[in-house]
Design a binder for this molecule. Sequence first.
Ligand SMILES: *Cc1c(COP(=O)(O)O)cnc(C)c1O
Length: 417
Amino acid sequence: MSSSTRKFRFDTLLIHGGTEAGPAGATTVPIVQSSSFSHATAEELEDIFRGRRMGQVYTRINNPTTESLERRLTLLEGGIATIATASGMAAITTAVLTIARSGDEILSSSSVFGGTFSLFRDTLANYGIAARFVDPTDLAAVRGGVTDKTRLIFVETIGNPKMDVPDIGEIAAIARQAGVPLLVDATVTTPCLARGKELGADIVLHSTSKFINGTGSAIGGAIIDLGSFNWDSAKFPHFQPFVTKYRNFAFSARARKLIHKDFGACAAPMNSFLLTEGVETLALRMERHCDNALQLARFLAVHPKVQWVNYPGLPDSPYHGVASRQFGGRFGGILTFGLADKPASFRVINALTLAKNLANIGDAKTLVIHPASTICADYGPEEKGLMGVTEEMVRVSVGIEAIDDIIEDFAEALEQA
Ligand SMILES: *Cc1c(COP(=O)(O)O)cnc(C)c1O
């Protein structure tokens, strides 16, 4: 039986899902490093272009290595189709532009990743798409943010770096009532902690650069269409031709045939290979990331130099209850903590020897950053407040090293605080 047809459990799908056997018995997905694909006859290529026959055309449009990754992510999320993109930002841009047009509004969590905040607030505004930002843990605010121009609601499973955890099921209910799709950026939780479909999302987004890659070796993104939203709606007249031809695949068809193709932010075959390698070990790594993050959070929470720790796994986190329910008793690999002030947090970051000071999350290695002066440096106090970024805050992406080494590194560095 081929591995793509048998009904495997999640942990097996991570390794075998959607993969066809490689040439000569190769066990890894072949890297098809070709920009275009030749066909025997003009008729065959015409059929592919007209959608009457499946086939490869050009790597900006599709590529066998990338399709293998896409099939696997579709299975992992329980979706109907995936588009792998050049980056997480490309996935978000492509998904939003597939849905919203000039004159429309999007309703977004205010505590989204900095790049997403800037895309929504500044870049898309220049193209006539206005964003309203609300605290996603304040359901009355979410409800109140919906207008007759709203075309989608956007949240992250765990806000990066605010570490807030919205109740996705409740927000999904608001989206359904408003007749708009719910887009969920699940980068921080990955399908190991929560599948967007079970939470009530319509479209799941990932920066695959992070935990899915797992070694910091490639940038990538993914849009997973869960097939749950009915696009046959007066709010989405631009979907009509796609609804007629592709029915519940209308979103992924419009994304792939228009926005993804035209904006051109395609995944590179080499990156799709690296991301497929990464996804195979995701379940094991996430277990260790979560275990290590909880232990580091407990260590920091009682350290005399540490003012506060924000990790949904700690019982005193305001998001502990909803996170416990949504993420199966695990809480992710990211935490933030506060020192006395900015100079103290710089001293601690500079004194860490194992943890690397850099702008990434989800690597096997422990990573730290001072968000206020780096990834959020362009924002004023008001935006930083919305994103939960303070001057004394340090963000840690807890790696999968031996926890005692991680704790020793922080213990020694905190002497400089
Ligand atoms: C990193 C990140 C992104 C952007 O992804 P890139 O691959 O860096 O473009 C989007 N959302 C979240 C939550 C992220 O952490």
